[in-house]
Design a protein around this ligand. Sequence first.
Ligand SMILES: Cc1ncc(C[n+]2csc(CCOP(=O)(O)OP(=O)(O)O)c2C)c(N)n1
Length: 652
Amino acid sequence: MSEPAKSLANLTGAADRQAEGLSRRTILNGVAAGTTVACLAPSISAAGPVREAHKPVSVPLPPSRESECGPSRPAPPKRGNQQRYGSDYMIDVMRNLGIRVIAANPGTTFKGLHESLVNHGMTTEPAMDLVTVTHEEISVAFAHGYAKAAGEPMGVFLHSAVGLQHAAMAIYNAWCDRVPVFCVVGAKLDSARRGYPVEWLHSVNDGAALVRDFTKWDDQPASLVNFAESAARALRFAQTPPHGPVLLAVPATLQEDPAEPQAMPPLPTLSLPRSPAGDPEGVERMATMLAQAGSPVLIADRLARSPKGMERLVRLAELLQASVVDLGGRMNFPWRHPLNQTANQDVALGEADVVLGLELTDFWAISTHQLAASAKRLSITSLDLFMKANYQDFQRYTPVDLALAADAEDTLPALIEAVERQLDPKQADRRRQRGERLAEAHREALDRAREAAAIGWDNEPITTGRLCAELYDQIRAEDWCLLSSAIFQQFWPQQLWDARHHYQYIGDSGAYGLGYLPGASVGAAYAHARHGRLAVAIGGDGDLMYAPGALWTAAHHRIPLLYVVHNNGGYHQETMVIQWLAALRERGLNRGQVGNVLLDPLIDFALLARSLGVHAEGPVKKPGDLKEAIARALAVVRKGLPALIDVHAEAR
Ligand SMILES: Cc1ncc(C[n+]2csc(CCOP(=O)(O)OP(=O)(O)O)c2C)c(N)n1
């Protein structure tokens, strides 16, 4: 092993280091509970007065202009006003259905809900939270990340027409990622109550039409009973596999009109159906094929909706001593498990005689390019149960030998039981030997990855291998979680880090719609903060520029997150595409960067982050400076605050 590779082995876990018992739990728990974090990093305090913990602030404002507030502003309610409004009831409905957090950028079409949330939902138990967001795309991305980290959906309030238009791409990401998001959009339906021109511009009769192709369900309730039933139904659909975003367009009149308590319908409760599991005969046949296979491979993409999914895949793989290839849509399988053959997937898939795809989005590419024609193809996916036309996220049609239209996570218990019954005890030695071979292949792949990550160790710009190794070295002893997919960092974390728990990784955006990571990582970090976990994300400079306002939300709500900017000076993915095309057309490579680089002016992400109230380090240009910058930033995150490091790194 080369010298840099040896030191990398130390950094990435080969060295037998004892995890230090550094506990941030109490500090971070305090943040989640909204207590004051008194200690701020010097650079933040230098930038302005030390902020207090987040609490509602009453600031006297000048009266708003009529054109902004409407001509008929209601008289302020008297103190102790006992009048209840439709929106108070709606907040109670959402709370009763398990919605505790709402993200929103304000807009008058949901002002009833907004007011009820702050003066009722947030002031009565169990208290809800309102996350202030600077762009509706960030609201939905926040909820997207939150749902994957928390294992439960949260709500998003959206302004009619314009707000929903901003939110649309993020809803599409959540749809393609099969993640539940509960969207509520205001609807100014009664034209007689549209008081001023802007209200007409922000009115639409069927607002949900804009996103209907990529939401699981929507409705426009016309009464409080209708709202209660539709909210429960929406959350039920959203959380029945395949999960997905849902939307209610709620008339402003229904929100704002008084509602007598005795006229309010009973609060609905949420009864989630059991997930659709594979039929017993199909499961039995599948178990036979797997039990008799010589080289079985289990491929998982969006399998593990919950920790149970990962536990079950481990159990099945260990029973069969099968290779596992993790496509990374979720945290499906421990990254350093000896049966994890993701890094050797070409070999594993090439040798496979039976392949089981678990919630795969694209079986076609694997089936066509990586599997032998003779390999038996098995599939379990809930995508066979529910799909929509128009948007083409269903990928190419793939013929398989046996498909179960079912939720894979909840089909695994029956499959495991059937495999256990069917495994031939006389073949136990053969299976053990197969497992040993796979463990050896895993070890060799890890060694190769360490060697590869050490290449160019002292290079400038900093290599992505060094960036990921140095970061891991400083978090590995803690309860860390990675909120980005590392697709543009050569998957170094998946290759080098040791993720064992389901919460340590949440996959990617779903539709590769950029602008996902800033909001999603802040939303996921918000959920992780309750457990005192150390949340880190590594994202592109181009990606961050779509939604930098998410950093403000992280600062405002004291959300602990280390956001590392992999700053390669632009849209490298697209640079490669244009260069490739220009080369194909024999026009040379040198103009491939035009329209694809962000170098003039060079973006100072540390300055940007500081302006949004986030502690920042960088730009870090020299590899030797990385360690200290990471240490300083992590010190801030451990105190319960966000921090950003701008790293000038190689393209990939
Ligand atoms: C909303 C959206 N716009 C454009 C694209 C096309 N696109 C794919 S990758 C990419 C570049 C992303 O830049 P960055 O995040 O800095 O990553 P890099 O490729 O530079 O490593 C772009 C623009 C997209 N996927 N989503």
